[in-house]
Design a protein around this ligand. Structure first.
Ligand code: NI
Length: 165
C-alpha cells in the first residue's frame, strides 16, 4: 500500500481542531483506516489519530504489544475508573519528548471498527492509556496539555530545541 499519510507535529493548527464525526464507514474510510495503521507502524508508535495525519475525522488506531491493531471510529468513552495512574507518555506529533501524565487506569469505550461493526471494549493498563491519549487527539488535546504549566513550558522548550537541531 502506498503510504501518503504524513504525521504533522506540534505547531500545526490541525492538531488543535476538533475532528468531525464519521457519517459513513465506506470503502474510502476503510482504506484510510488501513493507511492509519500503516503510518502507526512506520512511525513505530502505539497509537495514531486521524488529526495527526490531517484526517479531521473521529478515527484512531491503536496497536500495543501483544495485542492486535485496533481501529476506533466515532468512539464514545462510556466510563473511566476513579483510580488514576501516572505513566510516561510520548506522541508521534511531539517527537523526542516524554512526560508522566496522570489518567484513569481503566476505560470502557464504544466505537465502530473499520468494517463498520460496533463494539464495546473494557481496557486497562497500556491499552487504556493509549486509548485515552488518542481520544484526546480527536478533541484537539495533546498530552502536554495535561501537564502543569511549568512542565508544559519546559517540554515545549525541549521540543523546539530538538526540532532546531
Ligand atoms: Ni499523540
Amino acid at each position: 500500500m502506498v503510504l501518503f499519510m504524513e504525521i504533522i507535529t506540534l505547531g500545526n493548527e490541525l492538531l488543535r481542531k476538533k475532528a468531525e464525526r464519521v457519517t459513513d464507514i465506506d470503502k474510502e474510510l476503510t482504506k484510510a483506516a488501513g493507511e492509519l495503521i500503516d503510518a502507526l507502524h512506520k512511525g513505530e508508535g502505539v497509537g495514531l489519530a486521524g488529526p495527526q495525519v490531517s484526517l479531521m475525522k473521529r478515527i484512531f488506531a491503536v496497536h500495543v504489544e501483544k495485542d492486535i491493531p485496533r481501529v476506533f471510529i466515532n468512539p464514545s468513552i462510556l466510563e473511566t475508573s476513579l483510580e488514576t495512574v501516572k505513566y510516561e507518555e510520548g506522541c508521534l506529533s511531539v517527537p523526542g519528548v516524554y512526560a508522566d501524565v496522570i489518567r484513569p487506569g481503566a476505560v470502557r469505550i464504544q466505537a465502530w471498527n473499520e468494517n463498520g461493526r460496533p463494539f464495546t471494549l473494557d481496557a486497562e493498563g497500556i491499552l487504556a492509556r493509549v486509548i485515552l491519549h488518542e481520544y484526546d487527539h480527536l478533541e484537539g488535546i495533546l498530552f502536554i496539555d495535561r501537564l502543569s504549566e511549568f512542565k508544559r513550558k519546559r517540554i515545549i522548550t525541549k521540543f523546539e530545541k530538538i526540532r532546531k537541531a
